[in-house]
Design a protein around this ligand. Structure first.
Ligand SMILES: *Cc1c(COP(=O)(O)O)cnc(C)c1O
Length: 379
């Protein structure tokens, strides 16, 4: 078979996104203006939440979510041990302590059965991650720890959900990413969702230097001498209107993009689940996967080659792959600061060693998917 080159991810962008940037560029309103407002409104509607507030990325979203919840020094926040590093970093930004919880290897999400043991009188919140686009079991978390505030790390989960409830409205605050590795992108970008008016008001001020009067209000109002009040130390975590203009176009495509990914994910699963040393993604009943990534788990005891050798072999064939994500407790800063060993969270460590994300994006054609499947089947 002729060699193909298949990147792990590619944004689905083109003419429409390009044209959408004209409006903010020529209007002169370039940051947190009307396009941001339009993007937020569309996002809130799609995710069935009262408020959506755009920010600069999902890491700043997570930070603001925790600040809005009042997380501070001395507090503990539960985070899964297998996730992108910024889930835990956001807790550190608040001078609070991230407390890791191991994951369930079937879903790669936080193991709800291990949450209870990690709760202390200082535990204030939990950040379940909807990893790779599959929602964590928020209902169960609510049952186990109804007193904890829930911040959904939905970085990978735009458009995902449980039953008819979309991600972003399952907990107290939801955080999303529009990094190019996610299913829709604005270059960099993030969104905070909530049904709580007070949290939304806090986030609205915090993302804009702590200002209690927005620039937009100031420009529109009849009293140009009014300066905002600054009753808190805020941040500049705003999104630009150029990003939001792209976001509006992307968001309108979201469900089509996910449907297409769903179809190809099913194709992968059908073809690859017959391989005895591979475990394909398992989706609990009633969950709608967002398919940010398609991640396999390798049983090295049965496999003809080790995970890393498999990744190198696929790279030589032009197929780019990645480990699923990180076991954060093994990363230098966390293992040193909290004196944690890899084996302390064995499932997260196993996922770190034996997971492999294979290409799944909307610029792939049938021949690409056939090529990936054939390359793996030839092993
Ligand atoms: C990508 C990602 C983030 C960070 O998103 P950014 O927008 O790049 O800051 C956080 N958490 C998870 C689970 C992610 O996959």
């Amino acid at each position: 078979m002729e060699k193909r080159n298949i990147p792990i991810a590619l944004p689905s962008m083109g003419q429409e996104e390009w044209e959408a940037t004209r409006e903010p560029i020529f209007s002169g309103w370039i940051t947190q203006g009307p396009k941001v407002a339009e993007f937020e409104k569309l996002f809130a509607t799609r995710h069935k939440v009262k408020h959506a507030l755009a920010v600069s990325n999902c890491t700043t979203a997570l930070h603001l979510a925790l600040v809005a919840l009042g997380i501070k020094k001395g507090d503990e926040v539960l985070v899964p041990a297998f996730t992108w590093v910024s889930t835990a970093n956001a807790v550190i930004y608040c001078n609070a302590t991230p407390v890791f919880v191991d994951i369930d290897l079937h879903t790669f999400n936080i193991d709800v059965n291990q949450i209870k043991d990690k709760i202390t009188p200082r535990t204030k919140a939990i950040i379940p991650v909807h990893l790779f686009g599959l929602c964590a079991n928020i209902d169960e978390i609510n049952k186990i720890a109804p007193h904890l505030k829930i911040v959904e790390d939905g970085a990978c989960a735009s458009g995902a959900g449980i039953g008819d409830k979309p991600a972003g409205g399952l907990g107290d605050i939801g955080c999303f990413s529009f990094h190019p590795r996610k299913s829709i992108t604005t270059g960099e970008g993030g969104m905070i969702t909530t049904n709580n008016d007070a949290f939304a008001e806090q986030v609205n001020m915090l993302r804009n230097h702590g200002a209690s009067v927005s620039e937009e209000q100031r420009h529109k109002g009849p009293k140009p001498y009014i300066l905002p009040e600054f009753n808190m130390v805020g941040y500049n975590y705003r999104m630009t209107d150029i990003q939001a203009a792209i976001g509006v176009v992307q968001l309108k495509k979201l469900d089509t993009l996910i449907d297409e990914r769903q179809k190809w994910a099913e194709f992968y699963t059908k073809k690859l689940s017959t391989i005895p040393w591979l475990t394909t993604p398992s989706i609990p009943n009633g969950y709608k996967h967002g398919w940010q990534s398609y991640v396999l788990y390798i049983d090295e005891a049965k496999a003809p080659m080790k995970r890393n050798d498999l990744m190198e072999y696929l790279q030589q064939k032009g197929i780019s792959t990645r480990p699923g994500t990180h076991a954060v407790h093994t990363l230098g800063y966390y293992s040193r600061t909290f004196n944690i060993k890899p084996a302390d969270f064995p499932n997260a460590f196993a996922a770190n060693e034996y997971s492999i994300s294979i290409p799944l994006h909307n610029k792939m054609v049938k021949e690409d998917f056939d090529y990936v499947v054939n390359a793996i089947k030839l092993i």
